[in-house]
Design a protein around this ligand. Structure first.
Ligand code: SF4
Length: 425
């Protein structure tokens, strides 16, 4: 695999910066990944559960098998393989990613029921949304190089806490599996975040997307007690200086490291998310980052590509075709390579988007930005609808019809549906 070296966007080089000691006991955490027989068993149990749900939905073994195979095809489209997937176990529940609910759980069953219905309609209850990302605050102390909320930050908040609760309830009405609370920096408004999670967990699993700022041991405990499932911490480099420069704060790296530790200690499922700038996309960097994520004991890593929106608007930040191909290969290798079996599971939207289309844009998920616009996703600021109209009742959540992703094809029309007959179970 070739190492791709590109110009640096952050203006710093690895040589100039201090690399975190990956063996540092301060950051080492015990793994929560399941292994051996347990891993085989949980994967088998998931497949049996999917088949059971399919039989319940279709009351026809033939149709059930066909649709259940479609789920396997969907997994293959997203992760590139049907091989045994890594899982982490927290509080007796298994987690396979930041966009799927815990297993076993009623929400997992409904999640599968919803996906089956997309493959082969069955008429049973489904969720309208699998994930809603709600930027409930525009307050943020950081100045990140890539911030897609840049033009909305630190203004008057569009909604009161009570209005936000109404918005959540109305979005949950047609069914919503997961809510990702984001911002701004959600932990800047800790009390409101805590209240919103308490309100939302009645019908959805809740995650918090944070820079790590203010995720103190006490706040981690408050999130857990409120019912949060996990946190996704933004960490854009394994090198403290480069991350701090990228985030516009000399505390950013330290905060992210402490946040991971504090979250793990109270058993919040913990993930890292990275914006991969051109200069970052080398095998050496990705492996260093993966090692750090493993040593921090995080369950998942999300790879995001830079997009020319927000603070990056008008800038040439997109990855090259060669870099994207390299990332596709790395993504498969890190997730299914035997030598990486103790590493976190990686999530890379670009992998399936380019091959199979977009899963957001109102189909699986949507994004409510911190100014109250309802967008296709955090990167495509389509501003098709206003959350104000949902709160006031002028519009129902069921009426939100996304016109699709402006950047990629619609996943519902993707070739994975044609593969249903050919995927091995
Ligand atoms: S990316 Fe997030 S943490 Fe950074 S400035 Fe924007 S809202 Fe704040």
């Amino acid at each position: 695999m070739n190492t791709i070296l590109q110009n640096t966007t952050s203006g710093l080089t690895n040589e100039k910066s201090v690399v975190l000691s990956l063996n540092s006991q301060a950051y080492r955490a015990s793994p929560i990944t399941v292994h051996g027989i347990e891993r085989i068993w949980v994967n088998l149990k998931v497949r049996i559960t999917i088949l059971y749900i399919a039989i319940r939905c279709y009351r026809s073994p033939g149709k059930a098998l066909k649709a259940a195979k479609g789920i396997q095809s969907l997994v293959k489209a997203i992760y590139g393989s049907n091989k045994l997937r890594r899982a982490v176990k927290v509080d007796g529940k298994y987690y396979f990613g930041i966009y799927q609910p815990s297993f076993p759980s009623p929400l997992f069953d409904l999640f599968i029921q919803t996906e089956l219905n997309k493959i082969l309609p069955h008429g049973m209850k489904v969720n309208r949304f699998q994930t809603i990302q709600l930027a409930f605050t525009n307050k943020c102390p950081l100045h990140c190089e890539h911030c897609f909320e840049w033009n909305n930050l630190n203004r008057e908040e569009p909604f009161t806490p009570d209005e936000l609760k109404v918005l959540i309830s109305r979005m949950q009405q047609p069914g919503c599996t997961l809510i990702h609370f984001t911002g701004g920096e959600p932990l800047v408004r800790m009390q409101i975040l805590e209240d919103l999670i308490r309100h939302a967990v009645k019908a959805s699993e809740c995650w918090v997307l944070t820079s790590g700022m203010n995720l103190t041991p006490e706040n981690a405990k408050r999130l857990k007690t409120a019912g949060a499932t996990g946190v996704v911490i933004s960490l854009d480099h394994y090198d403290a200086h480069i991350h701090n420069h990228f985030r516009g704060s000399d505390q950013a790296f330290d905060s992210a490291m402490k946040a991971a530790k504090n979250a793990r200690q109270v058993k919040l499922v913990t993930a890292f998310s990275i914006c991969m700038t051109r200069s970052f996309v080398t095998e050496e960097n990705l492996l260093q980052y993966a090692r750090l994520a493993k040593d921090c004991g995080v369950a998942f890593v999300q790879l995001l590509e830079p997009k020319a929106v927000g603070h990056y608007e008008g800038k040439d930040v997109s990855l090259s075709k060669e870099q994207c191909n390299f990332l596709d290969d790395f993504f498969i290798k890190i997730n299914f390579g035997e030598e990486f079996k103790n590493y976190p599971m990686f999530n890379y939207h670009g992998y399936y988007q380019r091959k199979n289309g977009c899963m957001s844009a109102g189909n699986w998920s949507l994004y409510i930005d911190s100014a109250g616009h309802i967008d296709a996703c955090p990167f495509c600021h389509t501003k098709q609808y206003s959350a104000r109209d949902i709160i006031s009742g002028k519009m129902q959540a069921e009426q939100l019809q996304m016109t699709g992703c402006p950047a990629y094809a619609d996943f519902l029309l993707a070739p994975h549906k044609k593969e249903i007959e050919t995927v091995s179970w």
